[in-house]
Design a binder for this molecule. Structure first.
Ligand code: AHR
Length: 855
């Protein structure tokens, strides 16, 4: 079929190959700067094809490449059958500079990699306009002529269908450091590309190059191929391509005569580890940084002499331990006059709010000669304002713990550029350690959690908490693992340890605090136990070597669920929690797929046998899928990918072996947006999560990671995190709402549903069986809305009223921040005309949850 519009655009293009962005043919004078090639592929016979771009870059048909007469444009198209290509003995354009490439393609088979246009480098192609093995189109560009270099992929969302003509445009924009892919006139994806290179070999139509070999031969017809230097994307051309590739109206059919898999009530939970000051300097409400003076053995980091070094000098002292405690380090103050003291800067400030009570405590002693009182206060950093103050008297030559309450006035402004000060009433030598300051905490727990963050987490209604990691469980070395027995009991008995994310954890937030957090949010712990492998690859290998860690895990499980008559159950009672915790899942290690020694086989088997023997009811999670000697109940899968990869792969678990161990997606997140994800990421997550829920017989449980990030410069070690905060404020990201909507709006059973002509839509339908409530969750990751006819098959009665919750925004890069926390939020509106068949328009860039009443 010959398109009229494309005849028009072809005649313009014959002069200049691409139409410039302003819609006017690019003048030939600019063609030197804008080298170009254009192969209409209209010869229909013979073994060469002319370059209508004016550069004489004739192509030669190689290895059985032939002609097809059912062209998309003009008389004929190139016909390829999994071999052969058109070879142009010239690179035509410079791939290190901006360029645009386009082609019409019609696939005979959708399978494997197939490259439609490329330019050879020595080792790989300078770009690949291609079908990817996932069945989606892609525009791929490596940063160097090396298959091991970083690659950028701009990917299409919808799966490609065979025997349909598609129009593809790939763009490299060197100024914006981006690549883009358009399919049928619609921008599919933009991916960052930091650097490029010049491929100096032949231009090829119908294959690519990889590892020095010709690869990715196309089983397709290819027509009207163009390349040009520069970025040439004309809205008028996009519009005419769109018109030339009309899509059929989308339909969704929901089948109430069938039941899909059951959805676990534990499906959606949280994952936590102390990364990016999630815990210390985050959820753990302690405001004093380096409270026990162990963060640096040489310097009192985060502490200052107050008000300046003219009044006092300070130093770390390890010769004055507090007897019978883990407090082996202290801060020595030599006050040269009254008013000299110590000041702590907190975790990027000390938050102040009006009419607020703070609990301050510290261990102190003097040289025996000092007898004046101490003044404890919270002050602005410039010293101009004191927001709360209290006095402590009676410090002696012996260590003693002192506690005071500091209360701010109702006029105290909300602020965080503040410090905590203890000032001496006279000159003298004093020592301090475990200096602590707590604001009001969630549920008023002493040694508790930050209220605003807990409220955000509570609103997700999470079912479980995977804790305490992550890499944090492993430590960089075995000695730096999360050694749970050193994290329980009175906080002065906890030595603290080095966190693998680059700072020291004081372990004030220890195993019991994680468990109390579970209590507070009505979550169940998912306990990850250390399995004898540390992040730096230190590991144990034999059954004998692993035994102490197995015993630690058995003791830990007993601490959680043992009766008061057991050793560790009794310890839990002593720590204030008589009731055993509910526990279903225990995870053996973390990401042991990084252990290439083969030791996980032995380590997993030892844990499996010992735990199953004592606690047969527990489900065990392995962290690699190739364990052979035992069958784990569940495998933990982790994914950190682009939103487009998730969207393209949203049916990932459709293909799972139903007899294999079940799946826990223990970490996943679309990597778009720093420090917290934007709307695009929220939609990528949602598409992938729709795939979890529709495969709830395989994917039993899932948790996003990382959960929390302190957004201060230098505080974070990970790019994209769910919830951001500083000392005073916090906000939730668009991706948070995805978590919340999936957690709040899922049923107990999946209802089978199919979508036709829905393009890139991903979806899942589930119902709360007893109540006749149905949740239809649909993700439209494209910018254009998609009107869909929804049919409810087999429903006995349908309420006409329902509701729609929509998470969207003007641009998919829109996000929330500390200063603009509500830019992207879900909006609920009523649905009034629900029936057996009704229409709904899924907004561009949206996650929608329709709530229907169907019996
Ligand atoms: O979530 C951040 C880290 O990613 C986790 O600690 C680790 O398990 C994964 O590599």
């Amino acid at each position: 079929m010959i398109s009229k519009r494309f005849n028009i655009s072809r005649s313009l293009a014959a002069a200049a190959v691409f139409i410039s962005a302003c819609g006017v043919a690019a003048p030939q004078a600019r063609a030197a700067e804008a080298a170009a090639g254009y192969w209409p592929l209209d010869e229909g016979t013979g073994t060469t094809t002319a370059d209508a771009g004016g550069q004489g870059a004739t192509g030669t048909l190689m290895d059985g490449a032939g002609w097809a007469t059912d062209a998309k444009v003009g008389k004929s198209a190139l016909a390829l059958g999994g071999h052969g290509s058109v070879d142009v003995a010239n690179s035509v354009i410079d791939t290190s500079q901006s360029f645009t490439v386009s082609a019409w393609v019609k696939l005979k088979t959708v399978g494997g990699f197939q490259t439609f246009v490329s330019i050879d480098g020595d080792k790989i192609s300078g770009f690949f306009l291609q079908l990817r093995s996932s069945g989606n189109f892609g525009f791929t560009h490596y940063e160097a002529d090396n298959p091991d270099s970083r690659s950028a992929i701009a990917g299409a969302l919808a799966q490609t269908e065979p025997n349909v003509w598609y129009h593809l445009i790939g763009v490299y924009d060197a100024d914006a450091k981006q690549i883009k892919l358009y399919v049928n006139g619609v921008l599919q994806d933009t991916a960052p590309l930091d650097k490029s290179w010049r491929a100096q070999g032949h231009l090829e139509i119908g294959r690519g190059k990889y590892n020095g070999a010709s690869v990715d031969f196309s089983d397709a017809e290819i027509d009207d191929v163009r390349v040009a230097q520069g970025v040439h994307v004309d809205p008028a051309v996009l519009a005419s391509v769109k018109e030339d590739t009309p899509s059929l109206p989308a339909t969704m059919t929901i089948d109430f005569t069938q039941n899909g898999p059951k959805v676990s009530p534990l499906m959606y939970g949280l994952m936590i580890e102390d990364i990016s000051h999630s815990i210390d300097g985050g959820l753990y409400a302690e405001l004093i940084r380096n409270r026990a003076l162990k963060d640096d053995g040489n310097k009192p980091v985060y502490w200052d002499a107050y008000p300046s070094s003219s009044f006092a000098s300070i130093a770390v002292d390890t010769r004055q331990p507090v007897p019978n405690t883990a407090l082996t380090s202290s801060l020595r103050l030599d006050a040269s006059s009254a008013g000299g003291g110590i000041a702590n800067e907190g975790y990027w400030g000390i938050p102040v709010a009006p009419s607020t009570k703070y609990r301050a405590s510290f261990y102190a002693k003097s040289d025996g000669k000092y007898s004046a009182p101490l003044t404890v206060s919270i002050q602005s950093n410039d010293g101009a304002a004191t927001f709360a103050t209290a006095t402590v008297a009676g410090v002696t030559g012996d260590w003693k713990k002192y506690t005071v309450t500091l209360t701010t006035d109702k006029s105290a402004p909300k602020s965080q550029n503040n410090k905590f000060v203890i000032a001496a009433g006279a000159s003298g030598a004093l020592w301090f350690t475990q200096v602590s300051l707590f604001p009001p905490t969630f549920h008023d727990r002493p040694n508790g959690t930050r209220v605003d963050l807990m409220k955000h987490l509570d609103a997700i209604h999470p079912a479980f908490l995977r804790m305490p990691g992550g890499n944090y469980l492993e430590g960089n070395t075995i000695a730096e693992r999360f050694d749970w027995k050193k994290t329980i009991g009175p906080i002065e008995q906890r030595p603290g340890h080095q966190d693998p994310w680059g700072y020291r954890s004081n372990d004030g937030f220890g195993l019991m605090e994680y468990l109390e957090w579970c209590d507070d949010l009505k979550m169940e712990p998912l306990l990850a136990v250390f399995a004898g492998f540390a992040l730096g690859h230190e590991h144990v290998s034999t059954a004998a070597e692993v035994q102490p860690y197995v015993q630690d895990a058995l003791d830990e499980i007993e601490y959680l669920i043992g009766g008061p008559d057991t050793q560790w159950g009794a310890e839990r009672v002593k720590d204030g929690h008589p009731k055993p915790f509910s526990l279903h899942y225990v995870e053996i290690g973390n990401e042991d797929f990084f252990d290439n020694s083969g030791s996980y086989e032995v380590r997993y088997a030892a844990f499996h046998d010992a735990i199953k023997a004592k606690y047969p009811q527990l489900l065990l999670i392995a962290t690699r899928s190739d364990v052979k000697s035992r069958k784990p109940d569940v495998i933990d899968d982790h994914y950190y990918q682009s939103a487009r990869s998730f969207e393209a792969d949203w049916r990932h678990y459709d293909k799972s072996d139903r007899t294999a161990p079940k799946v826990f997606v223990g970490e996943y997140a679309s990597q778009e947006g720093v420090p917290t994800p934007n709307l695009k990421a929220a939609l990528g997550d949602a598409a992938f999560m729709a795939g979890f829920e529709r495969n709830a017989d395989v994917v039993q449980i899932a948790s996003y990671a990382p959960l929390l990030v302190n957004v201060n410069p230098g505080a974070s070690q990970w790019g994209t995190n769910l919830i951001g905060f500083d000392a005073l404020n916090s906000y939730v990201s668009p991706a948070y709402y995805t978590q919340q909507l999936f957690s709040l709006y899922h049923g107990d059973t999946v209802v089978p549903a199919t979508v036709e002509h829905g393009g890139a839509l991903s979806y899942v339908v589930s119902k709360v069986s007893k109540m006749g409530v149905v949740y239809v969750k649909v993700v439209n990751p494209m910018a254009s809305p998609i009107t869909t006819t929804i049919t409810l098959n087999g429903a006995k009665s349908i309420a006409t009223k329902g509701s729609a919750i929509v998470l969207t925004s003007a641009n998919d890069t829109d996000t929330n921040t500390i200063s603009e926390p509500k830019k992207v939020v879900p909006v609920t509106s009523p649905l009034k005309s629900v029936g057996k068949t009704f229409q709904y328009t899924f907004a561009g860039n949206s996650l929608t949850v329709l709530t229907l009443s169907v019996k």
